[in-house]
Design a protein around this ligand. Structure first.
Ligand SMILES: Cc1cc2nc3c(=O)[nH]c(=O)nc-3n(C[C@H](O)[C@H](O)[C@H](O)COP(=O)(O)OP(=O)(O)OC[C@H]3O[C@@H](n4cnc5c(N)ncnc54)[C@H](O)[C@@H]3O)c2cc1C
Ligand code: SF4
Length: 316
């Protein structure tokens, strides 16, 4: 692990000022992803800014009937919140499908959104990886690609985004609230927050250097039946091969977002028109541009079958 300096901050203004003073610095929250990456020297920040003292650990009602989730709310607390369980069941279920109880006690809302891919070549510093070392190539293309993306990938990177929580937030139309080093604030719609890899897979989100996530806002509840179904190689402590987050209304209309298939949570609003016609039609529309590899072509069928199970569950 490379040497780094460390400071604790107690206000968002202090946090962004510290980031502006030390280019390349990183915020640290639960540390469950960042510290692993630092130990492997995949991330080598010279300075860490500990944001745990910012007080962003509350979940509050917004004037429009939605919820504002502080950036530091732990995954366990978010999943257990009575308002989340009642009105945003999808989010609670997605969180509980992630990691382990121990990790969820530490992992934060912002850190979960910003966790990095689990592509094995990204973690193996002997392998070519455009995300870890831009311009070095992509060992997954032509390599072991069973877990990788089937849609929205590029010739530079076929990694997937590993978060369960982010898939639910995509279906819920969340907004990511931030503060920039100049003190300005903005809300980034979750649809635009994560990027597709294109030619620059190392650029994973819309955040600019030193931009701090302060909270995530959920719009007012939309009702319907909330189902999150995660398919993985073992029952716990495993990332999704495919996951389906769905909100289904009584008339058969609804929303669907997919995990494990792309570099970002995958939702195609136009495809949701096909939901009343069933999983086959909806999957065809959702994955119309799929370009799977030989090893992960099974994910297309897996999405269709998982969506079918989710729709059956939602209508029961
Ligand atoms: C064994 C294991 C299994 C796991 N399984 C799953 C799983 O099944 N599903 C799943 O979804 N996740 C899983 N995870 C990932 C886990 O959910 C993430 O590691 C966790 O959510 C990251 O949150 P954190 O607070 O620890 O982030 P940190 O590690 O502290 O930070 C992660 C990133 O976010 C940045 N950051 C943190 N806070 C802010 C902020 N306020 N503003 C701007 N940047 C910020 C940091 O700079 C860093 O780049 C697993 C992790 C492990 C280790
Ligand atoms: S898929 Fe992306 S993360 Fe994986 S090796 Fe290729 S460039 Fe790196």
């Amino acid at each position: 692990m490379r040497a780094f300096s460390y400071e604790r901050v107690s206000s968002p203004a202090q946090a962004v000022a510290a980031a502006a003073r030390a280019p390349g610095a990183r915020f640290i929250a639960g540390g469950t992803n960042l510290l692993d990456l630092m130990k492997l020297e995949i991330e080598t920040p010279g300075h860490l800014i500990d944001v745990n003292g910012l007080g962003f650990d509350k979940i509050e009602r917004t004037p429009d009937g939605g919820l504002r989730i502080g950036a530091l709310v732990r995954n366990t607390d978010l999943a257990a919140d009575v308002r989340v369980r009642r009105d945003y069941g999808l989010l609670s279920r997605a969180l509980l499908a992630g990691a382990s109880a121990q990790l969820r006690n530490k992992a934060t809302t912002a850190g979960n959104l910003l966790q990095r891919t689990r592509c094995p070549y990204f973690y193996d510093t002997n392998q070519a990886c455009n995300k870890r070392q831009p311009g070095s190539g992509c060992a997954a293309i032509g390599g072991f690609s069973r877990q990788h993306a089937v849609v929205g990938a590029s010739d530079a990177c076929i990694a997937t985004h590993p978060s369960d929580m982010a898939v639910a937030m995509r279906a819920l139309d969340a907004g990511v609230e931030t503060m920039r080093p100049d003190g300005s604030r903005r809300t980034i719609p979750i649809a635009d927050f994560h990027k597709l890899p294109g030619a620059t897979p190392q650029v994973e989100t819309e955040l600019t250097p030193g931009e701090l996530i302060t909270s995530v806002k959920l719009p007012s509840p939309v009702g319907g039946k909330h189902v999150y179904h995660k398919v993985r190689d073992r029952a716990s402590y495993a990332f999704a091969l495919v996951s389906v987050a769905a909100i289904v209304q009584r008339d058969g209309s609804g929303r669907v977002a997919l995990g494990g298939v792309a570099h970002k949570p995958w939702r195609v609003e136009a495809a949701e028109r096909e939901l009343p016609r069933g999983a086959k039609a909806a999957t065809a529309a959702l994955l119309a541009d799929a370009r799977p590899t030989e090893q992960n072509a099974f994910k297309v069928t897996l999405v269709e079958r998982t969506l079918d199970a989710v729709l059956t569950d939602a209508r029961s």
